[in-house]
Ligand binder design. Structure first.
Ligand code: THU
Ligand code: ZN
Length: 296
């Protein structure tokens, strides 16, 4: 297994649970997700309740954290509408503004979104979700039913954590994060990376600025990861497409040092642009990569 932190986290789990998890986590096809069937099996094998098992898995999710600034590892696990569970962890960028950081909750949610989930049932986190994450989650199409589980707490709804909330409704927006989008943009190019970025653009959520956008990242092993832009009614908690793509590669056990090319495609009609900020995050990573940019 490539991820040493994951290996370490596995060793901290109760012995019987670690034993049952090992073949799943060490399999080549493991991608920081657990199927509903695997989860049910684990519950009965380790004799844990649904809540107990999700809480027990948190150290595995947190092991994906990249936190060079805080050394504070946050892990989150979301359950998609399909029943599959997705890990997420916080990601910090040394040499970039703190606003470029990804919170564990955003990571797990965008992980599930990019892997095709159409909504989130519940989220389990090892620390209380900050105000920014509560706001980020209020953009979801399942914001009215989403349950939040913390260690040593009863599960509570997102709405209980975010009373008198501000949200898409206040701006008369009714297309929500993770809703199926009718976007079908395409480009006349045989550049694979740009085409992948357009695919991501087509699922992006940008009803406020109109800056629908997607990023595709190619690694040194030629595998491509994509990220769609996820905008928020309160603007600042929006998650850039580059970060979403980095989450996908991080959850696949890859390293940002492996990035060999990056493409960003966004709409000409958008009122903002991520071209400069995408380039500056990459520059701060010292990757010496010029973003391939297209506005369509
Ligand atoms: N963090 C989260 O990932 N989620 C929260 O809601 C609380 C804060 C992360 C962000 C940053 O990487 C570190 O914890 C310190 O704030
Ligand atoms: Zn947060």
């Amino acid at each position: 297994m490539e991820n040493k932190q994951l290996q370490k986290a596995l060793q901290t789990l109760p012995e019987n649970l670690a034993g049952y998890l090992k073949p799943i986590v060490e399999s080549d096809s493991f991608s920081a997700t657990i199927s509903a069937l695997q989860f049910e099996k684990l519950m009965s094998q380790a004799n844990l309740s649904d809540k107990q098992l999700r809480l027990a898995l948190l150290p595995l999710a947190a092991s994906y954290s990249i936190s060079p600034i805080s050394n504070f590892c946050v892990g989150a696990i979301v359950r998609g509408l399909s029943g599959r569970l997705y890990f997420g962890a916080n990601i910090e960028f040394a040499n970039s503004p703190l606003g470029q950081s990804v919170h564990a909750e955003q990571s797990a949610i965008s992980h599930a979104w990019m892997k095709g989930e159409a909504g989130i049932q519940d989220i389990t986190i090892n620390y209380s979700p900050c105000g920014h994450c509560r706001q980020f989650m209020n953009e979801l199409n399942t914001a009215q039913t989403l349950m939040v589980q913390l260690p040593e707490r009863e599960a509570k709804s997102l709405q209980a954590y975010l009373p008198e909330s501000f949200g898409p409704n206040d701006l008369n927006i009714d297309t929500l994060l993770m809703d199926d989008k009718p976007l079908a943009h395409h480009i006349n190019s045989d550049d694979r990376l740009l085409n992948k970025a357009v695919e991501a653009l087509n699922i992006s959520h940008a009803p406020y600025s109109g800056n629908y956008g997607g990023v595709a990242i190619k690694l040194d092993d030629n595998v491509i990861y994509t990220g769609a832009y996820a905008e928020n009614a309160a603007f600042n908690p929006s998650l850039p497409a580059l970060q979403v793509a980095i989450i996908q590669m991080q959850m696949a056990g890859k390293n940002v040092a492996q990035i060999s090319a990056v493409a960003l495609v966004e709409l000409k009609t958008g009122q903002i642009s991520h071209q400069a900020s995408t380039q500056s995050v990459l520059d701060a990573l010292d990757l010496d990569i010029a973003v391939k940019y297209l506005s369509i």
